[in-house]
Design a protein around this ligand. Structure first.
Ligand code: GSH
Length: 196
């Protein structure tokens, strides 16, 4: 299988971490792509032109990190717990990723066309979401699962793109969750590049 990724993409990172954690590294070859360069290999695999994209040996392509994550888990024999709490957490984590990436896209626009309305709106959504997740995660007893991983990836992306954010303050469960993931070899092997 080939996993087309970008090293700055948090959606890609989730899939990359899972490949490590699920013991699939020997079966998955990573191919780096830069989606904003309209890389022909990426577009051929994924007409949406987005990473990540998993291409099976028979040519079938899986787009969307959540779908890829489910496929990888099935392929590894479903070793991770999966219940509705985990799925709810994953959905909130995916939404958080969408908001943080959308805010980033807005912030790197040229100054004249940046929208303060959208930046502030994304910011409020991010803060409401992490407050809700802080409450949900307090009852979590299985941090090795898709929901917590999605959250950890989103929080790490916030540190990467918004180092000035003090999201840890008043959110000890989230801070502990990210710390636990950051200690794992799978996370250590997949950091975003320091210079981008
Ligand atoms: N919902 C998608 C989002 C993927 C996504 O937006 N990836 C970004 C990189 S972080 C991308 O490829 N953007 C290029 C574009 O939107 O044209 C997923 O979960 O895989």
């Amino acid at each position: 299988m080939k996993l087309i990724i970008s090293t700055t993409s948090p959606y890609s990172r989730k899939c990359r971490v899972m490949v490590h954690e699920l013991g699939l590294a020997d079966e998955v070859e990573e191919l780096e792509s830069h989606p904003f360069d309209d890389d022909p290999a990426l577009i051929q695999a994924n007409p949406l032109g987005r990473v990540p994209c998993l291409v099976l040996d028979d040519g079938q392509a899986f787009t969307e990190s959540a779908l890829i994550a489910d496929y990888l888990c099935e392929r590894a024999g479903e070793p991770w717990p999966r219940d509705w709490t985990d799925r709810r957490l994953e959905a909130l984590g995916n939404g958080l990723l969408d908001l943080t990436v959308a805010r980033r896209v807005e912030m790197v626009r040229d100054e004249g066309i940046q929208s303060d309305f959208w930046i502030q709106r994304r910011e409020r959504g991010i803060m409401r979401a992490i407050d809700e997740i802080e409450t949900l995660i307090g009852h979590l007893d299985a941090p090795l699962a898709q929901g917590p991983l999605t959250m950890a990836v989103a929080l790490s992306y916030m540190d990467f793109r918004y180092p000035e954010s003090d999201w840890r303050s008043g959110r000890p469960h989230l801070a502990a969750l990210l710390e636990a993931w950051e200690a794992r070899p799978s996370f250590k092997a997949t950091p975003p590049p320091a210079d981008s």
